[in-house]
Design a protein around this ligand. Structure first.
Ligand code: SPQ
Length: 431
C-alpha cells in the first residue's frame, strides 16, 4: 500500500473501535455464565472472532446479528469437547486464556494458530496449570503451539508468583483457579491490566486484590450470572491517532468513548510528560471511558521504565515513533516482554523506523531514540504485526515522499477500520 504525508494535518472526530482485551473476555465470561449475555460494541477484529469461534467449537451457542453478540452461557460444566483442533489465528490472548479455562475441563483440546503464534512462548502458562493438575503439551514436546490441553475437573488451588508481568498468564491462572477446589493466591511481578478481575465482579463472582495491587486471592469453584456488556473503545487503538495528531502540523482531533481503565492509561501519562496537548473530556467514571482531544505539540524526550511498562506495553512501538519527533534522548527500558509479541517488537520497531531515517537503537530490554529527526518515505513492512503496521502508517504521515507499506492487512487483527479512520481524519476532517 502506498502512503504519503498529510497535506493539512489531521482534523475531526472519530469513534475508536472497541477494546480487544475486554471483547475477548466478554465472550469467555458470557460462555461460562448461566443465562444469556449480550455484548454491544464488540470488537469486529480477527482476534476477537478467534475467541468467538473457539467457544462455538466448544458447544456454546453464540449469535451475531451484526450489531449485538448474544452468548447463551453454558457454565463451567457445560463446555463440550470440540470435534477437531481449534484455530485461534494470531491471538495470544485467545490461546493463553483458553488454556486456563480448558485446564479445568474433563476433556482434551488442541489449540493452534498462525506462524507468528507458533513462535510465542507458552511455558509461562503451561507450568502453573500443570502444577494445578492439568496436562499440557506443546508441539513435539516444546513450549510452542499447537498446544494440547487435557484438563481435570479436580484442579488443585495454587500459590503462584508470576515470573513475568503478564495479564495473559495472570488471567489463565485465575480461570483455572475459578474451577479449582479451594483458595489460590497469585502474586504479580508488576500490576497488569485487570479486565479479568473486573469482569469476574461484573458477572457476580468474587476475587480480591490486596492494597499493594499485586496479590490476588480467588476461591473456586465459582459460578457466574449472565450480563449486558457494552465494550468501551480501545486505548491501544486510540494511541495511534493520539501520536499522529501530536506529531503532524495543524492537527486537532477528538477520539470518542476511549477506555480509561487506569491499568491501561500509561500512554496518557507519558504523552503528557512529553508535552503533548492532550485533554480528557466527558469522563464517564461508571464505564471507565472518556473523549480524548489532542493537537499538534512540541515534544520533549523522556525515560519510560519500571511499573508503568505493563500499563503501556502495546503502545511502545507508537511511543517510539513519537520519540523520534521529541527533543532529546528517549530511553525505554524494562520492556523485554516486547520481544515475545506478534513479532520481536524491539527489533521490528527499530529496524523499520531506521529505514525511514530515525535515530533509534535497540537494547536488550528496550529502545534508545534521539530526536527530533525528519523521516523519509521508504519501503517498510508490518512483518504481519498489526501494531507495527499501524505505527508505520502513522510514520508515513510525517515522512517526506512516498512510503510503501507491505503486509498492511495485518491491521485487521485489532483495528479493521484503521485506514478508513486515517482517511477520514486526514482528508475529510472528521465524521
Ligand atoms: O493477544 P495478543 O496477540 O497477545 O495481543 C497483544 C497486542 O498487541 O494486541 C500483544 F501482542 O496484547 C496483549 C498484551 O500485550 C493483550 C493482553 C490481554 O488482553 O490480556 C495482555 C498483554 O499481553 P501479556 O503477554 O503482557 O499478558
Amino acid at each position: 500500500m502506498k502512503l504519503g504525508p498529510t497535506a493539512n494535518g489531521l482534523k475531526g472526530t472519530i469513534q475508536i473501535p472497541a477494546d480487544k482485551s475486554i471483547s475477548h473476555r466478554s465472550i469467555m465470561f458470557g460462555a461460562l455464565a448461566e443465562g444469556t449475555t449480550t455484548i454491544r460494541n464488540f470488537l469486529r477484529g480477527e482476534d476477537c472472532f478467534s475467541t468467538l469461534n473457539a467457544f462455538r467449537a466448544l458447544g456454546v451457542p453464540i449469535e451475531d446479528d451484526g450489531e449485538t453478540i448474544t452468548v447463551t452461557g453454558v457454565g463451567f460444566r457445560g463446555l463440550k469437547a470440540a470435534s477437531g483442533a481449534i484455530d485461534v489465528g494470531n491471538s495470544g490472548t485467545t490461546i493463553r486464556l483458553m488454556m486456563g479455562i480448558l485446564a479445568g475441563q474433563p476433556f482434551t483440546t488442541t489449540l493452534f494458530g498462525d506462524d507468528s503464534l507458533a513462535k510465542r512462548p507458552m511455558n509461562r502458562v503451561m507450568l502453573p496449570l500443570r502444577e494445578m493438575g492439568a496436562r499440557l503439551t506443546g508441539s513435539s514436546g516444546s513450549e510452542f503451539p499447537p498446544i494440547t490441553v487435557s484438563g481435570s475437573d479436580q484442579l488443585k488451588p495454587i500459590h503462584y508468583q508470576l515470573p513475568v508481568a503478564s495479564a495473559q498468564v495472570k488471567s489463565a491462572v485465575i480461570f483455572a483457579a475459578l474451577q479449582a477446589q479451594g483458595t489460590s493466591t497469585i502474586i504479580e511481578k508488576e500490576s497488569t491490566r485487570n479486565h479479568t478481575e473486573e469482569m469476574i465482579k461484573q458477572f457476580g463472582g468474587e476475587i480480591s486484590c490486596a492494597k499493594d495491587g499485586k496479590t490476588i486471592t480467588v476461591t473456586g469453584p465459582q459460578t457466574f450470572k449472565a450480563q449486558e456488556v457494552t465494550v468501551p473503545g480501545d486505548i491501544s487503538s486510540a494511541a495511534f491517532f493520539l501520536v499522529a495528531a501530536a506529531i503532524t502540523a495543524d492537527s486537532q482531533i477528538t477520539l470518542t468513548n476511549v477506555g480509561i481503565n487506569p491499568s491501561r492509561t500509561g500512554i496518557l501519562e507519558v504523552m503528557t510528560a512529553m508535552g503533548a496537548k492532550l485533554s480528557m473530556l466527558s469522563v464517564d467514571q461508571q464505564n471507565q471511558s472518556a473523549d480524548l482531544e489532542i493537537m499538534t505539540s512540541q515534544l520533549q524526550a523522556t525515560t519510560i521504565s519500571g511499573a508503568i511498562i505493563p500499563r503501556l506495553i502495546d503502545e511502545l512501538p507508537i511511543i517510539a515513533l513519537l520519540a523520534t519527533q521529541a527533543t532529546g534522548q528517549t530511553i525505554i527500558k524494562d520492556a523485554e516482554e516486547l520481544k515475545v509479541k506478534e513479532t520481536n517488537r524491539i527489533d521490528a520497531t527499530a529496524e523499520e523506523l531506521k529505514k525511514m531515517g530515525a535515530d533509534i537503537t535497540p537494547t536488550e530490554d528496550g529502545l534508545i531514540i534521539n530526536g527530533p529527526t525528519p523521516l523519509q518515505g521508504a519501503a517498510v513492512d508490518s512483518r504481519g504485526d498489526h501494531r507495527i503496521g499501524m505505527m508505520l502508517a502513522i510514520a508515513a504521515l510525517i515522512a517526506k515522499g512516498e512510503t510503501q507499506l507491505q503486509r498492511e492487512e495485518a491491521v485487521a487483527v485489532s483495528y479493521p477500520e484503521f485506514f478508513a479512520d486515517l482517511h477520514t481524519l486526514s482528508i475529510k476532517g472528521g465524521k
